[in-house]
Write a protein of this length. Structure first.
Length: 193
């Protein structure tokens, strides 16, 4: 049985504000001032729910911000993204971090179901020429950032990451050129309803 939670029921976790902030699939990334949701009963998790099973336990238009960090690649993400759209308030935003398709981790984890490029979420923007694929859409993407490994031994990535993220054209060039021999790790999107 699923329980729908509204802003008043969860206000004690986030404080009085205009809408909830939800950290979906938080795992051990517990954030203060957020509703931390995961299917695992880990310390700090506020709501136990398997996000692969929609609807999410939040009222329509109840959230001002949703975070999906390293989550959507493990799921059939279209129903989840549709339900995130449902729970977001008008003007609310969702931050999504997923493995970039050039990442070795995109292929090495056997639970990954989808690979992502800088253009993947364009299809969910109401001005995209193929937005008719879906029965929901966001108003815009406010940020796309491709991340690179910055551990010792990868010093070139300290120069490559700012270059690749300097403009949309450069991101597109990177993904479609031999520069991909320098693999990215993750890609972050911010979508606004």
């Amino acid at each position: 049985m699923q329980i729908r939670l509204d802003c008043e029921e969860l206000e004690h976790l986030t404080g009085p504000q205009q809408g909830l902030k939800v950290n979906l699939g938080c795992g051990k990334d517990i954030r203060v001032g957020w509703i931390n949701l995961d299917k695992a009963k880990l310390p700090g998790v506020d709501v136990y729910h398997d996000i692969a099973h929609v609807p999410l336990p939040f009222a329509t238009n109840s959230c001002r911000e949703v975070l999906c960090k390293d989550v959507l690649e493990h799921l059939e993400y279209l129903p989840v993204l549709r339900d995130i759209h449902r729970i977001l308030q008008p003007g609310g935003r969702v931050t999504i971090q997923v493995p970039h398709f050039t990442s070795k981790d995109a292929y090495s984890d056997p639970t990954h179901r989808t690979l992502f490029t800088r253009n993947t979420f364009n299809y969910f923007i109401n001005t995209h020429f193929r937005s008719y694929y879906f029965d929901f859409s966001f108003s815009k993407i406010t940020k796309i950032h491709i991340h690179f490994d910055r551990r010792p031994g990868y010093l070139y990535n300290y120069f490559l990451e700012p270059f690749v993220n300097s403009a949309t054209k450069v991101q597109n060039f990177y993904e479609g050129s031999p520069l991909r021999i320098f693999p990215a790790t993750n890609i972050t999107f911010i979508l606004q309803k």
